[in-house]
Design a protein around this ligand. Sequence first.
Ligand SMILES: Cc1cc2nc3c(=O)[nH]c(=O)nc-3n(C[C@H](O)[C@H](O)[C@H](O)COP(=O)(O)O)c2cc1C
Length: 336
Amino acid sequence: MTGAESEAMIATALPAGHDLSPRARRIVQLVQRAWGEGRVDLLDELLTEDFVRSGRSSQMSRTDLKASILDMRRAFPDLTMAVDRAVELGDELAISWRSTGTLMDTYLGLPPTGRQFSVSGATFSKLRGEQIESEWVVYDRRGGYVSLGVPLGTVTASTRSRGTADRIGVEPETLRALHRKLVTGVTVVTTDASGEPRGLAVNAFSSVSLEPPLILICVQKNSSTYSHLLAASHFGVSILSAGQMEVANVFATKRPDKFAHVGWRRGPHGSPLLNGACARMEVELQDTLHASTHTIFIGKVMFADHSEAAPLVYSQGAFFDGGALRPASVTDAPGS
Ligand SMILES: Cc1cc2nc3c(=O)[nH]c(=O)nc-3n(C[C@H](O)[C@H](O)[C@H](O)COP(=O)(O)O)c2cc1C
């Protein structure tokens, strides 16, 4: 879109008799060109150096916003931003807008489906001279996901990995040491949404409630299984038994032939369930919760079976036999 076309678009988009000062008209036009044409260079002149954009769960600097726009335009090359209304009051400017685009590249772990994305929102800007010094943005996040075909229940966490709100205050090494202290079992999460079995090793599994019978798993968005899980109505969870360390190792890789290394059968809803697992369940997807680099899948257990086999245990990066655990004794506790 050329600058003249953008100007025409604003002129027709804003209601007749709408009294915007030349300053506000110019600002609306530059914002539209940054989003709609990828002209993020215009933001250097439009946004103050200490500009902050705030949303419900993230904050962005000018640099963050430029990167975010370019990232969106990479995924949605035909991204447009239409301004429906604009209201100016002194140094404050409010606009309501609608963005649309076609998903042509991966975005937030979604494959390039060619689906039409549409989201509407409002931006409240505080102006300083000819520039914007801060913005508060609200938008229909849920509607945006639905337009992309993401099967949603509730979306309540940030999808953004950028921004000061996500910067951690704990050293990564401390965090890693902390996580190593938690002993878990190992599951293989599986789906057959695309007609071909897919799966990965997951230890971020938890029971949520017994009534209703809900569980959750947490999966990284760059997993090759991720988009298949998003598209699935059901998924399988096989809790590995102590003799299945090799199965865990295979499903912790990205090799395409993972299912050639273990016997399996389908559950009542078609999800692959691994032979030899000490417990297996088939789960109906209820909710997804997008959280930065990962998504939490919450599901209702529709089918379950288990055997007498002991579980495989994962601790500090190594596997252990869950049948050979030593009972804790009170004298082992430090300070007792
Ligand atoms: C013991 C263990 C536990 C794991 N837990 C998880 C997990 O909870 N979530 C996750 O996304 N990846 C987890 N992984 C890593 C994935 O299994 C691994 O990245 C795998 O290669 C993903 O395969 P995919 O990209 O083919 O889906 C775990 C790996 C191991 C060894």
